[in-house]
Design a protein around this ligand. Structure first.
Ligand code: ATP
Ligand code: MG
Length: 255
């Protein structure tokens, strides 16, 4: 079974017929998807399919050309990114973006920059340190001198500092060694078990679908397939195009 504890079918995030791009260059064409409260949802597809672009339009970073984006009852269209963070949507961009000249602790504090309440900031930091003990050990180290895996933990930890209802993770396992990839997936499962709603983009499509309740395949900026994680893993066309072909046994690591 997938990691998310699906206790209700209330959609937390909904995209309806979204069109978006960079200036006048349209990349997303009629993209619709939703993420229910408590779910883990994977977005997969080839390079350039528009996966990161989908996250960027949700966060208000790029040009929205049409369609509706609703999070927890709020329309996100036309909202500033800091407002979107404040309503409970966390985002970890592709490429482990950390402030390299700041310490681990300062990076985490930056993640809570909208939070005024010291006690809440301390509680969030304690939660992040419990989730990632390595970050506690390294809290005085400059982020830029941390290993790739540690920087990924820090990027996730920073997004958790606002105690979001939902996290969007763009390629969290990219470029990590196999053991660290395992750690990242285990962390996502742990976050989902703790009640966090997660949408993740992954090159590691099979691994992502295994831990996901549902998934979407994007291609050329359009919806191509959707289904439960298991349906997509079993779909011969999805398998041939995105999962390396052969009928692989479905490995379910987490019950
Ligand atoms: N800042 C930008 N300006 C113009 N075009 C862009 C920009 N960023 C991305 N694109 C284009 O948008 C398309 C979708 O890119 P996007 O980054 O969303 O793909 P992706 O599915 O995340 O791919 P990958 O798996 O390589 O990360 C690509 O054709 C890309 O060249
Ligand atoms: Mg991308």
């Amino acid at each position: 079974m997938a990691a998310g504890a699906v206790s209700s079918a209330r959609a937390l995030l909904e995209l309806h017929h979204v069109e978006a791009g960079y200036g006048s260059l349209q990349i997303l064409h009629d993209v619709s998807l939703h993420v229910n409260e408590g779910e883990v949802v994977a977005v997969i597809g080839p390079n350039g399919a528009g996966k990161s672009t989908t996250f960027k339009v949700i966060m208000g970073f790029i040009t929205h050309l049409g369609g509706e984006i609703v999070f927890d009852g709020h329309s996100l269209v036309g909202q500033r990114p800091d407002r979107i963070l404040a309503v409970g949507l966390g985002y970890v961009p592709q490429g482990r973006v950390v402030f390299s000249q700041m310490t681990v602790r300062e990076n985490l504090q930056m993640g809570a920059y909208l939070q005024r309440d010291r006690a809440k900031i301390n509680a969030s930091m304690e939660y992040v340190f419990t989730l990632f003990p390595r970050l506690r050990e390294r809290r005085r180290q400059l982020a830029g001198t941390m290993s790739g895996g540690e920087q990924q933990m820090l990027a996730m930890g920073r997004a958790l500092m606002m105690q979001p209802k939902m996290m969007m993770l763009d390629e969290p396992s990219l470029g990590l060694s196999p053991r660290l990839v395992d750690d990242v997936f285990e962390t996502i499962v742990a976050l989902a078990r703790g009640g966090l709603t997660v949408m993740l983009v992954e090159q590691n499509a099979a691994r992502a679908l295994e831990i996901s309740d549902r998934g979407y395949v994007l291609e050329l900026g359009r919806n191509r397939f959707e289904g439960t994680g298991q349906e997509l893993l079993q779909n011969p066309e999805v398998r041939r195009m995105y999962l390396g072909g052969e009928a692989r046994p479905v490995r379910v690591r987490h019950d």
